[in-house]
Ligand binder design. Structure first.
Ligand SMILES: Nc1ncnc2c1ncn2[C@@H]1O[C@H](COP(=O)(O)OP(=O)(O)OP(=O)(O)O)[C@@H](O)[C@H]1O
Length: 342
């Protein structure tokens, strides 16, 4: 991404020209470039089906068999794509770890949460049982839960508490990068805000890198320093969070920011609804700019000419023929009357 170049050593995460094609021919990630440095928070936004989860899974080589991956995923300068499996397994906990959405599905219902958090510590840190238990207590307290909750089973905790457990587990082996895939999607708005503040606090305290994935641009702009907006497997807009959220230069970024107004904003109830239609099938992408069939400001040329990312403002880039100037006025959509959903 186009921000100030880091000069002292490799970036924490540096993704270059990443392509992922599933066995059925779905081109889910197409030429993605992005990076995260220590202490930085990158938000990756996009509707369902834009390739966000595929990107996250690719970073730690968690994709299903048959998926073809090319490009580079440099974690502290070391390419995850060419690592031996033993090294990949170590990196998954100690280099980077993932917090998934829906903690109830990610936690094992029949094991106490303390044992589940201890497992990677015993396995990858070669800790003693006593050492692991001590670390589990510290981690739980760190995420705002009493150490004694280690004895609880997942069903004895609330949704927010379970998500705190997932975060504790992600931190178990002191990773340097956290990948959070829709970490608050299943939670109500109050709890969502608490979990986001917790993630922010941990990132700042431990100088971690954060890559947070969400369909909700407002949540991301509230939490992250920079945003990358994905559409049909590509980054179509990127830049400082406020800049992208408030002055989107790609019509897709603009539609996403209108669909997800700021948390607590009373105007949110009257915000325009999202775009009609769905992202394209990655096995049969449209010609030209893949967004053109849904774009309210497309030119005739957009159906044949693809656009690369180009300067759209300070450290801000957009892959749109209109990127160099404020977007032309768009037809206004019908006002939404429902409360925003997290
Ligand atoms: N295992 C798979 N095999 C084939 N296609 C897949 C597979 N997993 C995902 N896809 C397709 O790849 C595209 C990107 O999916 P992905 O889950 O990465 O998107 P996403 O933006 O994370 O959406 P969501 O938020 O719903 O997870 C979609 O069209 C999806 O149908």
């Amino acid at each position: 991404m186009n921000d100030v170049q880091k000069t002292d050593g490799p970036r924490l995460l540096d993704v270059r020209d990443l392509e992922v094609t599933y066995a059925n021919g779905a081109a889910a990630v197409r030429g993605v470039n992005l990076h995260v440095d220590a202490g930085q928070k990158l938000g990756v936004a996009g509707e369902s089906g834009c390739g966000k989860s595929t990107l996250a899974l690719a970073l730690l080589r968690l994709l299903p068999a048959g998926a073809k991956v090319s490009g580079q995923i440099l974690l502290d300068g070391e390419d995850v794509l060419t690592m031996k499996w033993g090294r990949v397994r170590a990196v998954r906990w100690a280099g980077a770890s993932i917090v998934f959405q829906g903690a109830m599905h990610s936690l094992n219902a029949v094991h106490r949460i303390g044992d589940q958090i201890a497992e990677p510590i015993l396995l990858h840190r070669k800790a003693t049982q006593a050492g692991a238990e001590k670390k589990v207590g510290e981690l739980l307290e760190h995420v705002g839960l009493p150490a004694a909750r280690a004895a609880a089973y997942p069903h004895e905790l609330s949704g927010g508490q379970r998500q705190r457990v997932m975060i504790a587990m992600a931190l178990a082996c002191d990773p340097r990068l956290i990948i959070a895939d829709e970490p608050t999607t299943a939670l109500d708005v109050m709890i969502q805000a608490q979990i986001l503040r917790l993630i922010e606090q941990l990132v700042a305290e431990q100088d971690l890198g954060l890559m947070m994935i969400s369909h909700d641009l407002a949540v991301l702009s509230d939490t992250c320093d920079r945003l990358a907006v994905m559409y049909a497997g590509r980054v179509v807009e990127e830049g400082p969070a406020t800049e992208v959220y408030e002055r989107a230069r790609h019509p897709y970024g603009k539609a996403l920011s209108a669909t997800f107004p700021r948390i607590g904003d009373p105007a949110s109830r009257f915000a325009p609804r999202g775009l009609p239609g769905d992202p394209p099938d990655p096995s049969a992408l449209p010609t030209g700019c893949t967004f053109h069939p849904r774009c309210p400001v497309a030119l005739e040329s957009c159906s044949t000419e693809d656009q690369a990312l180009r300067e759209a403002g300070p450290h801000h880039r957009a892959a749109c023929v209109h990127a160099g100037a404020p977007l032309p006025a768009q037809p206004t959509a019908a006002p939404a009357t429902a409360e925003r959903t997290p």
